[in-house]
Ligand binder design. Structure first.
Ligand code: NAP
Ligand code: MG
Length: 513
């Protein structure tokens, strides 16, 4: 499918089991450190050591911008997961100094910041995303570790006045023990940080499984974790596919909790596995199909600036994106024309060239998204943008920004998470009906409201079934603000103080005085 090295120069490196050429766009160079890392024989990070998987199997790692094989990662099976659990149990120390935990997290944040370019290059090669966006992810990861470094020595219980006389009752927030963290491929390092930082701040030992498509930055992070001085086994990293690696974690009796981000379908399997094994805790950040609602009195300039990115950022591979756009009749043509014009101008390309959009993550995801586009056409939605292909590179898993217009909430492209650069737009007349339309979804991750009328904005914000509502903005995030889903978008709230609840359990202690 790929015309290898067409217009590309290549950096020759020796990968562990084979020689390969990393194909690079003209005038682009990778850091020596990036090439060094790629040339390593990658191993599992268990008990502070880098170990080969017991079955000796590996998985190929592909650059989605050109289909090139860039590395091999180990494929961990149930026995490796077992070894990781044993190492994590051994490392688990409920009395580990909170201030030392804070220092370790802060040191890790510093190390991440010192390696921004290298981590971003790895992320771009592995995931395809534009290099500046990869850098923003890396800095965001560092910010998360710093934020939770601040919490590590502030995880307090409280005392409770009870009715009976002569009683002292107090609570402690204790770590869970060994927790498993399973993350997706769309923001690989950042999603790992969202979970690692609070889990470690709370005093747990962890086993991280990155997505099989994007494990490189997690493995590099393992090296930084070792360099930061984390005790061996406090953080373990196993790579491999959902089955067997992820599933072995979800069924393991020695794992107390799974923190997961990914699809709703897999989230349900994780709950099932938790129920069938040791009733481990689960927190789930799942899919979304978020409504982006634009009223007739919306601040139009701000809408137009935001809409391109809230529709197509990360090539649509982001759970919170505003993939269902509702626009008041009076503005409909103007807003849609503006979005189509902006979408048409987005530059698609190899992430190392810092385009606006990179490729989709894999051929499988490409086919899945293309399947939805075909289905949208078959179901009778009108394609406003996406037909012209001249902005689409010849090789790699690229799809153009696509807009469908519809007036039928039941279409599969309106109800299902596509996870590609595809949005649906629909006009509305009656502002009172918009909450019902927005809430007509199995998902409830996020929503946005654009209006200058603050009463209308807050009234609707209260009615929307979504874990996050943005008013006159989109995709505003901060480590301090809780994030999570209503309905099938998930269970639990990550970030902020809320994430401490995900990685601790409360104990009540009674004393008869
Ligand atoms: P996914 O299967 O939910 O993957 C998320 C993570 O779960 C990956 O690390 C995956 O491993 C792992 N996993 C898969 N099956 C598992 C199992 N039975 N037990 C334990 N872990 C398991 O997501 P995907 O297949 O990559 O993408 C499918 C769709 O999910 C996308 O098209 C998109 O709609 C949605 N998605 C949503 C988000 C989000 O943030 N909401 C993120 C990614 C994808 P491997 O990938 O290594 O097999
Ligand atoms: Mg990859």
């Amino acid at each position: 499918m790929f015309s290898q090295y067409n217009n590309f120069k290549a950096a020759s490196i020796r990968l562990s089991h084979f020689f390969t050429m990393i194909a690079l766009p003209d005038n682009i160079q990778l850091l020596p450190a990036t090439l060094d890392f790629l040339s390593k024989e990658h191993r599992l990070f268990i008990g502070g050591a880098w170990v080969a998987p017991l079955n000796g199997k590996t998985l190929p790692v592909e650059n989605p911008a050109n289909g090139q094989l860039i590395a091999q990662i180990p494929l961990a099976d149930a026995r490796d997961v077992d070894a990781a659990v044993i190492a994590a149990q051994k490392a688990f120390d409920p009395d580990f100094s909170p201030s030392k935990r804070a220092r370790l997290l802060w040191t890790l944040a510093d190390l991440i910041r010192q390696h921004v370019q290298e981590l971003a290059e790895l992320e771009t090669l592995d995931n395809g995303k534009p290099i500046d966006q990869a850098k923003a992810d890396v800095l965001g990861a560092a910010q998360h570790f710093r934020y939770y470094a601040g919490w590590a020595d502030k995880i307090e219980g409280h005392t409770i006045p009870v009715s009976a006389k002569n009683r002292l009752v107090y609570t402690r927030r204790e770590p869970l023990g060994v927790v498993g963290l399973i993350v997706p491929w769309n923001f690989p390092l950042l999603m790992a940080a969202w979970k690692l930082a609070p889990a470690l701040a709370c005093g747990n030992s962890v086993i991280l499984k990155p997505a099989e498509q994007t494990s490189l930055t997690a493995l590099r992070l393992g090296e930084l974790i070792a360099a930061a001085g984390f005790p061996p086994g406090m953080v373990n990293i196993v790579t491999g596919p959902g089955i067997p690696t992820g599933e072995a974690m979800t069924r393991h009796p020695g794992i107390a909790k799974i923190g997961f981000t990914g699809s709703t379908a897999v989230g349900k399997k994780i709950m099932e596995a938790a129920a069938q094994s040791n009733l481990k805790r689960v927190s789930l950040e799942l899919g979304g199909k978020s409504p982006n609602i634009i009223f007739e009195d919306a601040p139009l300039e701000a809408v137009q600036r935001s809409l391109t990115w809230s529709s197509f950022y990360n090539s649509g591979q982001e759970c919170t994106l505003g993939s269902r756009i509702y626009i008041h009749n009076t503005l409909f043509d103007q807003v849609v024309d503006g979005l189509a014009a902006a979408g048409q101008q987005l530059r698609l390309g190899n992430g190392l060239l810092n385009p606006d959009l990179g490729p989709l993550i894999s051929q499988q995801q490409y086919r899945r998204v293309q399947g939805y586009i075909d289905q949208g056409l078959a179901e009778g939605a009108t394609r406003i943008l996406g037909e012209r292909q001249d902005q689409v590179p010849e090789e790699g898993y690229f799809l153009p920004p696509t807009i469908f217009r519809h007036q039928n909430e039941e279409l599969s492209i309106v109800q299902e998470e596509i996870f590609g650069p595809v949005v649906v737009v629909s006009a509305f007349e009656d502002p009172e009906s918009i909450a019902a339309r927005a809430n007509h979804s199995a998902y409830g991750l996020a929503a946005a409201i654009w209006t200058k009328d603050i009463s209308k904005a807050h009234r609707l914000a209260h009615q929307l079934q979504a874990g996050t509502v943005w008013i006159n903005g989109y995709d505003m995030f901060d480590p301090a603000v809780p994030f999570g889903g209503y309905k099938e978008s998930g269970i639990g709230r990550e970030m902020g103080k809320s994430a401490l609840d995900l990685y601790t359990q409360e104990k009540a202690i009674w004393v008869a005085l």
